[in-house]
Design a protein around this ligand. Structure first.
Ligand SMILES: *Cc1c(COP(=O)(O)O)cnc(C)c1O
Length: 444
């Protein structure tokens, strides 16, 4: 620990004895297939800090994978959840509805890009939302083909596994996968031929679609505006607008998977807004309800309403407690202007990451927007991925009590997803630990 530490409190090694004991119990009861980045067992969380079973306090630069955008245990969320849990926890919206569900859908209509009439339907997870966006697109267009990009991540259900690019660990051994899914190249500025513009990358994708599927067979092009698990890949300017324009010309739906990028994460309410792209359908989840399971598909009224009554839904979708959390979360994002807070995080972190890249030579690319930031680790002077170094940097941060996540097709990206409400001094401390970890591990 550094002498200036004020927020982290490391009482034991990480993980400490209490967490290790729980980890052992877990091994006897929990499926091995579900893994944890950092096996400290959390007992409370507050203000961007996690406290574990050993009394250690860690800085959270992951937000539970871009979920607790508003922070942990936020009063507006806690109060609404408590009240709702005391009133009723479930009726099933398909059996007997309630106001909270309607209110969330009204908020989504207001907040998502585009001034057109919109409808929403609520689910429990991001994968479920993406899957239902495809169902809607197929009914609305009467077509079947779904186009996705290299490096895409859309979830772990059968259909969304098919949409996801990376085999291990997401797909390997889990097939067969759903048919009528087509993968085309996207835009990855750091790894594309230097100088390729967004428009050119889109033209290459479109050419592939037209040759291999035919524009009139495409129900939807499903795109993460900034690719998440694939490596926080921010496409070159012009890529998304060109793809969206082509979809409109062909009668295919442009579906934005904003599960990770949504709810102020990138400094806008939704990442599509950055280039003025208005999706036909938008899938949201992670940041929507401060951690309670909730997801949504929002889209043009005539498209969403093409599915007849009974065609969409689920027992738990739009659970009243989750809706209460979403309303508290949205209220907090608005009241605290956390879109601006996200930009401020980027304004502080990006220059520091760039300086670190220049200093150490092991970071080939620094990218991202707002509070969705990444450093891609390579062998110095090349674009050759260095996943081993990436792993060591993350482990060194964890040992020092800073939760960072990795991602990327090549496993060589450290990503930062701090709560948008993270106080500046906590962010500063977290970044200082990361910088030191990179310096030490790069020299090792
Ligand atoms: C996390 C994620 C999903 C899947 O969401 P779950 O809630 O884990 O099912 C889908 N798309 C993107 C872009 C994601 O980041």
């Amino acid at each position: 620990m550094t002498a200036t530490t004020t927020h982290r409190r490391l009482r034991t090694e990480i993980p400490g004895p209490a967490s290790r004991a729980l980890q052992q119990r877990r091994a006897g009861a929990v499926a091995a297939g579900v893994s944890s980045v950092l096996p400290v067992y959390v007992t409370s969380a507050d203000g961007g800090l996690l406290t574990d079973a050993d009394g250690n306090t860690l800085i959270d630069l992951g937000s539970g994978i871009a979920v607790t955008n508003v922070g942990h245990a936020v009063p507006a969320v806690v109060d609404r959840v408590r009240r709702q849990a005391g009133e009723f926890t479930h009726t099933c919206f398909m059996v007997a509805p309630y106001e909270g569900y309607v209110e969330v859908c009204e908020a989504l209509a207001e907040l998502t890009p585009g001034e057109h009439a919109k409808r929403s339907v609520l689910f429990n997870s991001g994968a479920e939302a993406v899957e239902n966006a495809v169902k809607i697109a197929r009914v609305a267009t009467g077509r079947q083909a779904v186009v996705v990009l290299d490096h895409a991540y859309h979830g772990r259900t059968n259909l969304t596994m098919a949409l996801t690019a990376k085999s291990v660990p997401y797909k390997h051994g889990f097939g067969p996968f759903a048919p009528e899914v087509y993968r085309v190249p996207g835009s990855y500025p750091f790894r594309d031929t230097p100088g390729v513009t967004g428009a050119q990358a889109a033209a290459a994708a479109i050419d592939r679609i037209e040759k291999q599927i035919g524009g009139d067979a495409v129900a939807a092009v499903v795109v993460e505006p900034i690719q998440g698990e694939g490596g926080f890949i921010d496409p070159a300017p012009g890529f998304l607008p060109a793809l969206a324009r082509w979809c409109a010309e062909q009668g295919a739906l442009f579906v934005a998977d904003e599960v990770q990028t949504g709810f102020c994460r990138t400094g806008d309410w939704f990442a599509c807004e950055h280039e003025g792209v208005v999706p036909d359908l938008i899938a949201t989840a992670k940041g929507i309800a401060a951690g309670l399971p909730l997801a949504a598909v929002t889209g043009r009224a005539e498209l969403v309403d093409a599915v007849p009554p009974g065609g969409l839904g689920g027992t738990y979708g739009g659970n009243p407690v989750a809706c209460a959390a979403a309303l508290g979360s949205i209220e907090t994002l608005r009241a605290q202007r956390l879109d601006r807070a996200a930009r401020a995080i980027g304004d502080v972190a990006l220059p520091r990451l760039r300086a670190l890249a220049a200093e150490t030579g092991v970071i080939g690319d620094v990218r991202g927007r707002g509070a969705m930031l990444a450093a891609e680790f390579v062998r110095p002077g090349t674009t050759e991925p260095d996943p081993a170094l990436t792993k060591r940097v993350a482990a060194a941060c964890h040992a020092e009590g800073v939760v960072v996540l990795t991602c990327g097709t090549y496993g060589n990206v450290v990503r930062l997803l701090p709560p948008l409400s993270l106080p500046a001094d906590v962010l500063d401390e977290g970044l200082t630990v990361l910088e030191q970890a990179v310096r030490t591990e790069a020299a090792a």
